[in-house]
Design a protein around this ligand. Structure first.
Ligand code: G3H
Ligand code: 13P
Ligand code: ZN
Length: 332
């Protein structure tokens, strides 16, 4: 049993309370590689931002659970080395799918876990979430739960018809489970294709897709039911057009990729939304930088030559999100 406290990590309780009160959101950046971890820490230190470094089940498989845990510990030490006396770094399990996965993460140094029972019937979601909360809280680990299903690109339904969180369920759910934060569905989805072209309108000048707006009425209704309770938004990448263009101009193929406009995320960050999940944008930044580098330097084959600009681009992206979208800068 390794406690996250020994690793210098923190749970989300205090940072969420401050974020809700202060009208900003904590960035939750997914990571799988050393370069992503370095870029996240550099960005958080330079902007004086708390940060959640999150790891999916797929990331654990890709990078190895033990290595990821030591990387998180390394992230704390690296932040100190970069001059941050008191880094506020959370190691979070993203989309935990079972009690066993959550327990394994808690036992190996995670300070926060998500149990994603959103695809289960309401009562089963409550029972599973409660089981995880009971174990997690014994170790002062915080728990994110989810109600409502994020639309998938494969869905045959329009975004408005996807399984938005039902505000009338949130009080019973949070009281019965004791969860510390709640991910809700208001029209975001995972990946770089958040809406099908037929769900969007087209900008007549540029021909680019304009996605439908998020369901802020659902968010408002949830906030009214649970005043001050920490709300989480998944699927919050904006899919920057400049990255998509660089990728497509250099041998990539990402037709009609579309994300959530930053203006809407800025609006969400000012509300009870206090954690915003971003993964795809970092993938796009990395891929754009690498494709551009290879187009300009076809003779290069040392990974450091193309991973350095990729790391710099991700850092630039993370700083932009922190300062211009989430507003979590200058909070340490
Ligand atoms: O929610 C999904 C995250 O972007 C993680 O994705 O399962 O491919 O690591 P992944
Ligand atoms: P994006 O695919 O929009 O980056 O969402 C990431 C996410 O929600 C991770 O849980
Ligand atoms: Zn997610």
């Amino acid at each position: 049993m390794v406690s996250y406290k020994e690793l210098g990590l923190v749970n989300t309780r205090e940072m969420f309370a401050k974020a809700v009160k202060g009208g900003y959101a904590i960035p939750a950046f997914n990571f799988n590689t050393m370069e992503q971890m370095q870029a996240i820490v550099q960005a958080a230190v330079e902007t004086k931002s708390p940060v959640i470094m999150q790891v999916s089940k797929g990331a654990r498989k890709y990078a190895n659970p033990t290595i990821l845990r030591y990387m998180a510990q390394g992230a704390v030490e690296y932040a100190k080395e970069l001059g941050c006396a008191n880094p506020q770094i959370v190691l979070h399990l993203d989309h935990g799918d079972s009690f066993e996965t959550c327990k394994s993460c808690i036992d190996s140094g995670f300070s926060s876990v998500m149990i994603d029972g959103s695809s289960l019937p309401f009562e089963e979601n409550i029972a599973l979430t409660k089981q995880v909360v009971e174990y997690a809280h014994q170790h002062d680990v915080t728990v994110e739960a989810e109600l409502g299903v994020l639309a998938g690109v494969e869905d045959e339904v329009a975004a408005e018809e996807s399984h938005y969180t039902k505000p009338e369920e949130v009080i019973e759910f949070s009281q019965k489970t004791g969860c510390d934060s709640l991910a809700i569905s208001i029209g975001t989805s995972h990946g770089a294709y958040k809406f099908k072209p037929e769900q969007c309108t087209r900008d007549p000048k540029t021909g680019k897709l304009i996605p439908p707006p998020l369901a802020f009425d659902v968010l408002k209704a949830v906030e009214e039911k649970l005043p001050g309770f920490p709300i989480v938004l998944h699927g919050s990448s904006s899919v920057p057009q400049e990255y998509v263009d660089i990728i497509n101009a250099n041998g990539g193929k990402l037709p009609d990729a579309v994300g959530i406009p930053e203006e809407q995320l800025r609006q969400a960050a000012k509300s009870a939304v206090c954690k915003i999940n971003i993964d795809s944008d970092s993938r796009l930044a990395m891929t754009a930088a690498i494709r551009k580098h290879f187009a300009e330097h076809p003779e290069h084959f040392d990974p450091r030559q193309y991973l350095s600009p990729a790391r710099d681009e991700m850092k630039k992206l993370y700083i932009h999100k922190i300062v211009n979208v989430l507003g979590s800068n200058d909070k340490l």
